[in-house]
Design a protein around this ligand. Structure first.
Ligand code: SF4
Ligand code: MG
Length: 334
């Protein structure tokens, strides 16, 4: 079976409470009905503007955030039906690398303790075996053994992110959620961390959900890419299809914002500038959520939510102007 994770109609709604009685007056619909699979050994890129629900999606898959509805399956196990010790045991197989390596490492712990803490939590190694594991993990992420007895503040952002990756790998997981792992790093070290993440995948057979806020970051690392807007996935396709044949107007706009070196392509591609701000997830627009900013919106888009459907070879899109054969056609609105 080549599917590692299955996500079905996943929702995370945060209640908005008011007044003395803390009555619920609404909900922030951070994640609002996602369905997709992650294949064993692949990198699924998850892209969208900040606040669209990417991080919450990653956290909800790992059950760090309690989903409001829907199911997440890891192999044949439904994570969303587990709690207590069985869930804890499944958690060992799934880890997260956070965006900010300055905030995610405890400043009072030595690097050795930071990396080995998960081993203790899961009771996987102690004493000399634990020390050996720390040395191995430092080597795996390209850091010298001397790091063991030093503290996070002594190191650069890139080095700290390597420590965070070593920590995530300590318990030998199958699946990692990488939540914008290079966004807080200097541009000069971003490529090194991306290369590390990629080579670790090959060597350790890892599966990734790789979250980023723009399409240039995930381009080189992803096998498939999901584009998210206001709590929904609007398009999902393999990398080549997504970059060469983006179907959703939002994906087209995101792609048009990436500078491309080839001037002949540039001439053919028009920069699409989106008007307005991202609407609030508390009260998302009716119909297609993108209609308030979509340059192609037609009457139907205001009323009816477009279905997220496969238009061929696993290229999924939710737009009224994409026909059944996977062609974007503004004439469909006539
Ligand atoms: Fe634009 Fe309508 Fe397609 Fe939504 S459904 S992306 S508003 S054309
Ligand atoms: Mg985020």
């Amino acid at each position: 079976n080549d599917t590692l994770l299955r996500v079905r109609d996943l929702k995370v709604h945060f209640p908005i409470l008011r007044g003395l009685l803390q009555r619920q007056v609404g909900a922030v619909k951070a994640v609002d009905g996602l369905s997709f699979d992650i294949k064993r050994g692949e990198t699924l890129g998850l892209v969208g503007e900040s606040g669209c629900g990417k991080s919450t999606t990653g956290r909800a898959i790992l059950q760090i955030e309690q989903p409001s509805a829907g199911q997440v399956y890891f192999e044949e196990t439904e994570l969303t039906a587990l709690s207590g010790e069985p869930l804890r045991q499944m958690r060992r197989r799934m880890q997260m690398v956070f965006q900010d390596p300055y905030a995610s490492l405890n400043p009072r712990m030595t690097i050795g303790d930071v990396i080995s803490e998960p081993l203790e939590i899961f009771g996987l190694a102690a004493g000399r075996e634990k020390q050996a594991r720390v040395q191995y993990l430092l080597a795996v992420v390209g850091l010298s053994p001397e790091f063991t007895y030093r503290y996070p503040h002594e190191f650069s952002g890139g080095q700290r992110q390597r420590v965070a990756i070593a920590r995530a790998l300590a318990v030998n997981p199958d699946f990692l959620v990488c939540d914008e792992p290079i966004a807080a790093l200097d541009v000069s070290v971003q490529a090194q961390v991306i290369n590390l993440v990629q080579s670790l995948q090959r060597e350790l057979g890892l599966t990734y959900l790789f979250i980023a806020h723009d399409l240039s970051v995930v381009r080189h690392i992803s096998d498939r890419i999901a584009v998210m807007y206001l709590g929904k996935i609007v398009e999902l396709a393999d990398r080549v299809s997504l970059y060469e044949n983006p179907l959703h107007p939002y994906t087209q706009a995101l792609l048009s914002a990436i500078p491309i070196p080839d001037p002949t392509v540039e001439a053919k591609r028009q920069r699409i500038v989106l008007e307005g701000d991202v609407p609030s997830p508390t009260n998302p627009p009716s119909g297609c959520r993108f209609h308030t900013r979509c340059p192609w919106a037609i009457e139907r888009c205001h009323q009816i939510e477009p279905e997220f459907r496969d238009v061929g070879d696993g290229h999924y899109v939710a737009c009224h102007l994409v026909d059944a054969l996977g062609k974007f056609d503004p004439a469909l609105g006539d």
